[in-house]
Ligand binder design. Structure first.
Ligand code: NAD
Length: 310
């Protein structure tokens, strides 16, 4: 039996961004510096740090990993905020978990927040505010993993470029299985802000994010609905999963024929036979996330040096 599903690897999506950044950094003879703080023993965080180091070395970004005790992390972030040669700061989470990590995210200076996780940037995503300044010279920094998912959707053609910027997902129905504050909720908001109807699923239930009938609203609204995964997944053109356990599997039988299936969880959330139903399958997004981290870094480097877009 021939399988008509195309597997799209994150390395393929990230390649053009990495090449562009490498060229840009070389031609402009700059060396943006990123500092990563590792304050836990999480193997996933260590792996992410290794990837960051490798990708930065390839693109010409100076990356410094600072291993610190978690009790010293806030002070170390504050010091790095003041270091002129540091253009971007990131922290490998979880550190304490829960609200203390949310607090730490807001300790990073806005102009160095490559992950886009401080209150201002997340607020701007939720309110569909796309620029940091009134004259629209400084684009907002977007959280890296939601941004990586958007770039993957652009790459595979889910964004309809015939439509105007900001409306390019109009007519698409997308389910996101994860509503964390780091990935799932900002992702659902961004996709809905771009015109999609998004079913956002978490352990407690399902919400719909939309810009209303005829996408007349300027930013998305959210409604709780009394539905099950079995009701919304078969309606979805795209299904994005991010459930952090290998036990979770999205049943292939539920999926629409020709669905676009994207998994950002570190575990495989789709069943082994996913390619029998999907038209496009993206098994992981990590490499695109790191590329977005670098892209954000370059942007912040330019903002700090007043090299603004005109
Ligand atoms: P989290 O624990 O904060 O959130 C998990 C989300 O999944 C919650 O919204 C929860 O309600 C939902 N969920 C859990 N079980 C569910 C179920 N059975 N049905 C429906 N929803 C369910 O985790 P997180 O920080 O969002 O990370 C999720 C996964 O994504 C992890 O595996 C993490 O490693 C991965 N991740 C990957 C990247 C990347 O590739 N760049 C970045 C961040 C996180």
């Amino acid at each position: 039996m021939t399988v008509s599903c195309k597997t799209v690897l994150a390395s393929k999506v990230s390649a053009s961004f990495r090449e562009q950044m490498k060229k840009d950094i070389k031609e402009r003879n700059i060396c943006p510096k990123l500092v990563g703080f590792l304050a836990n023993d999480d193997p996933a965080a260590k792996k992410y740090a290794e990837w960051t180091a490798k990708t930065c070395a390839e693109t010409g970004v100076a990356f410094e990993l600072r291993k610190v005790d978690k009790q010293d992390l806030e002070e170390k972030i504050t010091e790095a905020n003041e270091e002129k040669e540091v253009n971007g700061i990131m922290v490998y989470y979880p550190v304490f978990g829960g609200k203390q990590d949310l607090y730490l995210q807001s300790c990073v200076s806005t102009l160095k927040d490559v992950e886009g996780l401080c209150h201002k940037f997340v607020y701007n995503v939720y309110h569909n505010v796309r620029y940091m300044d009134e004259s629209e010279t400084m684009k907002c920094i977007i959280p890296c993993t939601p941004l990586a998912c958007v770039k993957i959707l652009e790459f595979v053609g889910v964004y309809n470029t015939v439509l105007p910027y900001g409306n390019r997902l109009y007519g698409r129905t997308i389910t996101v299985i994860n509503r964390s504050e780091i990935v799932g909720r900002p992702l659902a908001a961004m996709l809905a802000n771009d015109g999609a109807k998004v079913y956002s699923v978490d352990v407690n239930g399902i919400q719909v994010f939309t810009r209303g009938s005829g996408i007349k609203l300027t930013a998305h609204k959210v409604e709780d609905i009394d539905a099950k995964v079995e009701d919304v997944v078969p309606l979805s053109d795209v299904v994005i999963t991010g459930v952090p356990t290998p036990k979770y599997k999205m049943p292939t039988t539920l999926l629409k024929e020709g669905v676009i299936a994207i998994n950002f969880s570190s575990s495989a959330n789709f069943e082994d036979d996913i390619k029998s139903k999907a038209s496009i399958f993206v098994p992981s997004v990590g490499k695109v996330t790191v590329a977005m981290l670098e892209r954000n870094l370059l942007r912040l480097h330019d903002y700090q040096n007043n090299l603004l877009e005109q």
